[in-house]
Design a binder for this molecule. Sequence first.
Ligand SMILES: C[S@@+](CC[C@H](N)C(=O)[O-])C[C@H]1O[C@@H](n2cnc3c(N)ncnc32)[C@H](O)[C@@H]1O
Length: 240
Amino acid sequence: MITPYKDNKSGKKEQVAQMFNNIARRYDFLNHFLSLGIDNIWRRKAIHCLKDISTEPVILDVASGTGDLAIAALKLNPKKIIGIDISEEMLNIGIQKINKKGYQNIIELKKGDSENIEFDNDFFDGLTVAFGVRNFENLNKGLSEMYRVLKPGGKAVILEFSKPRLFPVKQLYDFYFKAVLPMLGKIISKDSSAYTYLPESVNAFPEREQFIQELENLGFKNCTFKPLSFGIATIYVGLK
Ligand SMILES: C[S@@+](CC[C@H](N)C(=O)[O-])C[C@H]1O[C@@H](n2cnc3c(N)ncnc32)[C@H](O)[C@@H]1O
């Protein structure tokens, strides 16, 4: 299993929470800087996939972090968006941002584990995750919990990094992701592992048809995937 801190004896979940607590204050800046702002375009595209869910939907944003996907989901005119995450520091930054923008009546961020979601079965109209599933300790458990809390007919949208396959994007990506990004990430985030864990975890993650298979095995229907920016990220969609 790929974990952030190689010499650390605790499990992946604790290590992931620790890593995001460490980098939380610089996370938003690093995201936009290292992706040249493309991350927000990807989030908007992911949210667009939910445009046909029910009116005034109730949405769960899993692994919500600093809340950028939850904020993007306001486009759907939701009744309520709940964001859960295991990193308190990420949530604190998100809560400050949401309060500052005046969205606190619609978006609620709170501590919660995606592998053990505290909501009843069939509760949410829509479910979103951006760059979260790759970090789960137990992917199957996390995805099955997401399926459980969705209403029948509800839709899940998952945005995750993937690996481009075509020349020369693949070569440029490998150089940037494996050499430039860990170096810049280390200097700016002050966490020497976070940005080597990123390419390693992307490399180990099941993508495209393989990930669709994981969704279908759990009961998701009409599953599709759409590569973005030459396959650097992929949006997966599934219905309950
Ligand atoms: C790369 S960040 C993504 C944050 C946000 N979704 C975004 O788009 O920027 C990944 C987040 O997943 C969270 N995470 C990882 N495993 C989790 C779990 N089991 N339950 C809840 N959150 C989890 C981390 O704490 C972290 O905040």
